[in-house]
Design a protein around this ligand. Structure first.
Ligand SMILES: Cc1ncc(C[n+]2csc(CCOP(=O)(O)OP(=O)(O)O)c2C)c(N)n1
Ligand SMILES: [Mg+2]
Length: 1010
């Protein structure tokens, strides 16, 4: 069947000067249909459009028209013309030339006029249905596969309503005799151009041209008529796909660069992994066309994300990274100059400001660094684009846009693609249209599409947001350029997503060491026979006289020389600078060398008047006539003293605070929802009191999101990348849910700086605590964050400067569990006031929201106060440390349970309780001071989590380093377990009771070995 499709395509393509060919029925050969010389008739309209019922009701009117028609066919409307032609054609010879209408019309027509009218109506309906069938399903039979052996939609059957051979026209109630009849065209098609009627033969020919050539347009699912009309106009208007000679030459030059770049790499480093673009070289001119078009529409910043395939080519020929910088990445001997572990060359990002040669306008292009994890970068790109739009006041996406590239297997398979699409129309997340480009080489490593996806196309996911999808045969560069042009115009016009599906092939293996004949023998036999697209296109342009062979060869030689020269100069590079590959530089935040401007942090306390003012504003309703919910009103008062005081305070600085709250946050969740007041009487009227603090304050945003962790966390991470002076917080509904965003945490947040030398100050708010809520609502998995913290457990760091700041500078992220509102406030303020950026993970026990003891006074926030990495014992034990028998170190909410129990057991002199507020980096200096204070006490680590979870594995070796392995550190907490918490309330309480008993049993560890 696929061969048949290919055959049909070839024949259709070859019919220009001779016969016309159409598809046959399933599997059958294409059949010769009609001689084009008998083709379309003149169809210019004249006379009034006929009212069909007039045929039945007014014979004189018909006669009048008939006489007019006999004089000159152009005297009447085309449909009358068609009508009289039909009658004439069906009349016995001799009558056809009859000038008297009575015999002809009255005898033949009028006596049968109701039937005739019925037939005319039915035939018109049939033709309209046929037009619609092409619009809806034409892409299924478009000639998309350059190899001619596969089906882009994985289906070899031709829809029966698209089989328009003579023997199958009966499907529509039509037959061969109808082919030369003219039909009125509906307003939902543009195939007529200036004409409002066309013969059926021509209608089919034009539909075939528009929908079944090298472009397959998928759009009829869009539920907006204007948008559908817009697309129809772009693809149906006769002759709309035109290119000037200059445009064709530019296209050829770009294709030369793309092709010769890969050839050059293959020649110089034949066995190096680079994930070559061969088979889809057209990607480079495609991207450049999108950028040119968008630039001329006013875009001056493009943020891009892409996978491995062709990445080096995009860096070289789209972003214009210096070639020698790329080539020196292939030198295995070069050492890296920067801190961190770096990344392989086909993951690195880039930021470049340049002039767009086509428009002569400035444009900034950035390609985001990404991990191997396919599609993970999608939401990150969107977040960065959104942030840039925000800072530039680009509320409509007219200045900043994003382009995402995808592989066919990953686009269909990775869930984050769907999650990202679902952000595309949300007010706080939209980037006002992303252009997606799929390098659809019809293979994913060694996997054929038919076993890799259930959807017909790899692009079907885009249908959920009504994005039009343009499938295009990548071996037809002009068709590709055309859809790119339309895609860019679509975004400019509607500010919505659009997908370009470049149906291509992969000339070699998945990477340069792979042999594809092992797994795809037939496909690769065909690929070996496949002529290169550059050869095909250059031959075409030479034949057309657009370029000469000599010009073509000169252009090739010119680019080869550029590559050779860059190769020579790349050998002068002595050292690799990952910093040169930064995708999001912050030039004003760091020194010219990319270093922090200081290595200290200003105190984070505040004037009491400021605190008062913030508290009062936050607990007020600053808008007049604004009715808030009575319970909400009481919560507002709570805000002042409770947990939320902290983030409120944090935003007074000149930074933007953006709190992202996961959809479905309700009871017991941090009260962030009370940062947005909802008028109880006016629909959708809201008020954010925190935006009413001062006239010149920074904006403060609290937003709900789609119910996605992977997508939304990635987005917020990208947002935080754009500007260091924004405090971006992402809050999970419960901490456990972060594991559906694990890839963003592992691949970007934990390791991003080490791989790509870029800072990021995102804050994760993760509700965490054993509160009897069951296995899935208890643990934010602190053990995982701590396991990935890079501070050395066995080495006591010695710093000459500010210990706290130096340690933060060295770490990969900060992990805290604050037990007081004041400390929470301070840690957020420290986050934005540090001279560098590190991700901050905050465990936020829900029960502390309303815990009567979890309160802070203004004194704890006053000027001169700061974040406490460790809170020493605050009772009698601290006064007489030599009498203390046991020191319990802990973190988080268990402190309050321990303190209560100690009080009940009257052990406040014997047992000291010390809170680690910053768990990582481990406050070695302060822990040592505490340990040295309580010289004769035994050391205990107490946690409410199970032994194989929580903090124990992290803190234990560090405590031992502090005490130089001279003292044991005893464990008190829940036993090891597989699930993070029990689902049974009474078991939960029993476990708590049990470990509390151990914590306060002073002989519990006597005589025990380590
Ligand atoms: C999330 C993820 N899973 C698996 C891989 C391993 N992998 C790398 S490339 C690839 C095939 C991708 O196919 P496709 O998306 O079609 O891109 P192509 O290589 O064909 O351009 C796979 C499975 C990966 N990088 N990321
Ligand atoms: Mg692929």
């Amino acid at each position: 069947m696929s061969q048949f499709r290919a055959l049909a395509g070839v024949l259709r393509g070859g019919c220009a000067g001779g016969g016309q060919w159409l598809r046959g029925s399933r599997g059958g050969p294409a059949r010769r249909w009609v001689d084009s010389r008998r083709g379309c008739s003149s169809t210019s309209s004249a006379g009034a459009a006929p009212v069909l019922s007039a045929v039945a009701s007014s014979s004189s009117y018909v006669e009048e028209m008939y006489f007019a028609w006999l004089e000159d066919h152009k005297n009447v409307h085309e449909s009358w013309d068609a009508f009289f032609r039909n009658i004439q054609a069906s009349s016995p010879s001799g009558e056809a030339g009859e000038r008297r209408p009575s015999a002809l019309l009255q005898g033949r027509v009028l006596s049968h006029s109701p039937d005739m009218a019925q037939k005319v109506v039915e035939d018109h309906l049939a033709v309209h249905t046929l037009i619609r069938a092409y619009q809806i399903r034409g892409h299924h039979v478009a000639q998309l596969d350059p190899l001619g052996i596969l089906e882009a939609d994985l289906d070899s059957f031709v829809p029966s309503d698209l089989i328009t051979t003579i023997d199958k026209l009966g499907f529509y109630g039509l037959d061969e005799s109808d082919l030369d009849r003219s039909f009125q065209l509906p307003p939902t098609t543009f195939i007529g151009g200036e004409n409002t009627t066309l013969p059926l033969r021509e209608i089919i020919r034009r539909l075939e041209t528009s929908y079944c050539g090298h472009i397959g347009v998928e759009f009829m699912f869009i539920n907006n008529v204007d948008q559908c009309q817009w697309i129809r106009q772009k693809f149906e208007t006769p002759g709309i796909m035109q290119f000037t000679s200059a445009e064709k030459r530019t296209l050829l030059a770009r294709l030369i660069r793309s092709t010769r770049f890969e050839d050059f790499l293959a020649r110089k480093w034949s066995s190096e992994k680079r994930f070559g673009l061969e088979g889809c070289e057209v990607l480079i001119p495609a991207l450049k066309t999108i950028i040119d078009k968008s630039s001329s529409a006013g875009i001056d910043s493009v943020i891009m994300g892409m996978p491995h395939r062709g990445r080096l080519n995009v860096l070289a020929n789209v972003i214009r990274k210096d070639l020698d910088q790329i080539f020196c990445q292939f030198d295995p001997k070069l050492e890296a100059a920067d801190e961190g572990s770096g990344d392989v060359k086909y993951h690195l990002g880039m930021y470049h400001e340049r002039i767009n040669r086509e428009t002569d306008k400035n444009i900034t292009l950035s390609l985001m660094a990404n991990p191997s994890h396919l599609e993970a970068v999608d939401p990150v790109v969107q977040g960065k684009a959104k942030a840039e739009q925000f800072y530039r006041g680009d509320t409509q996406g007219k200045k900043v846009m994003s382009i995402l590239m995808h592989g066919d297997a990953a686009f269909a398979g990775q869930g984050v693609v769907y999650e990202t699409f679902h952000l595309s129309e949300l007010p706080s997340y939209t980037t006002h249209g992303t252009i997606h480009v799929v390098v659809n080489n019809q293979i994913g490593f060694t996997t054929d599409p038919r076993v890799a996806r259930s959807s017909p196309y790899p692009t079907d996911v885009a249908r959920v947001v009504n994005a039009p999808i343009f499938h295009v045969n990548a071996d037809d560069p002009e068709a590709v350029m055309y859809v790119c042009r339309v895609a860019a115009e679509w975004r400019t016009t509607f500010n919505k997503d659009v997908v370009i599906d470049l149906v291509c092939y992969r000339r070699f293996g998945h990477n340069e060491m792979d042999e594809p004949m092992f797994t795809q023998p037939l496909m690769y036999k065909q690929i070996r026979r496949q002529e290169h697209v550059l050869k095909k296109y250059s031959d075409k342009l030479i034949a057309e006289g657009v370029v000469t062979l000599q010009e073509f060869e000169e252009e090739v030689a010119k680019y080869d020389k550029i590559c050779e020269e860059a190769y020579t100069s790349s050998k002068d590079e002595k050292i690799l600078h990952i910093r040169h590959w930064l995708d999001s530089p912050w030039p004003d935040f760091f020194t010219a060398e990319g270093e922090p401007k200081s290595m200290s942090c200003v105190p984070t306390g505040l004037e009491e008047e400021v605190l008062q003012h913030i508290g009062q504003t936050a607990s007020s309703v600053p808008l007049e006539d604004f009715k808030i919910h009575p319970v909400g009103a009481s919560r507002l008062a709570e805000l002042v003293n409770a947990w939320l005081f902290a983030p409120i305070n944090s935003c007074w600085a000149s930074c933007w605070l953006r709190i992202r709250r996961e959809e479905g946050t309700f009871h017991g969740a941090p009260l962030h929802r009370h940062h947005v007041l909802h008028d109880q009487e006016v629909d959708k009227r809201i008020c954010v009191p925190m935006n009413h603090l001062w006239d010149n304050q920074a904006p403060y945003t609290v937003c709900n999101s789609s119910l996605s962790e992977y997508g939304v966390l990635g987005f917020e991470l990208g947002f935080a990348m754009a500007n260091p002076n924004a405090l971006i917080l992402w809050e999970a509904q419960f901490g456990d849910f972060h594991n559906t965003a694990q890839c963003i945490i592992d691949q970007f947040i934990s390791s991003g700086q080490a791989k790509w030398v870029r800072n990021n100050g995102i804050v994760l708010l993760l509700p965490h605590g054993m509160e009897g809520m069951g296995p899935e609502h208890s643990s934010a998995r602190p053990e995982r964050f701590l396991q990935m913290s890079k501070d050395d457990p066995d080495h006591f760091p010695e710093y000459s400067g500010d210990f706290e700041v130096q340690q933060l500078y060295d770490c990969n992220w900060i992990v805290v569990n604050c037990s007081t509102p004041a400390n929470y406030c301070h840690v957020l303020r420290r986050q934005i006031l540090l001279p560098f950026r590190k991700p901050l993970i905050i465990f936020t026990p829900k029960s502390l929201l309303r815990h009567p003891d979890a309160r802070s006074s203004f004194d704890d926030l006053a000027k001169g106060t700061k974040f406490k990495r460790l809170i020493p014992d605050q009772g009698p034990a601290n006064q007489t440390p030599d009498q203390v028998k046991r020191v319990i170190f802990c973190t988080g909410k268990v402190y309050y349970e321990l303190a209560k129990e100690r009080k009940q057991q009257n052990l406040e002199r014997e047992i000291a309780i010390i809170r680690l507020e910053q768990i990582s980096p481990f406050p070695f200096d302060q822990v040592r001071a505490e340990v040295e204070k309580y010289t004769s006490a035994e050391l205990v680590w107490c946690q409410e989590e199970h032994k194989n979870m929580g903090y124990y594995d992290y803190v234990r070796p560090r405590f031992l380093t502090v005490v130089a392995n001279k003292k044991p550190v005893w464990y008190v907490g829940r036993d090891p377990a597989a699930a993070p918490a029990t689902g049974n309330k009474s078991t939960h309480l029993n476990e708590l009771r049990r470990f509390m008993d151990t914590a306060f049993n002073l002989s519990a560890f006597q005589g025990k070995d380590l």
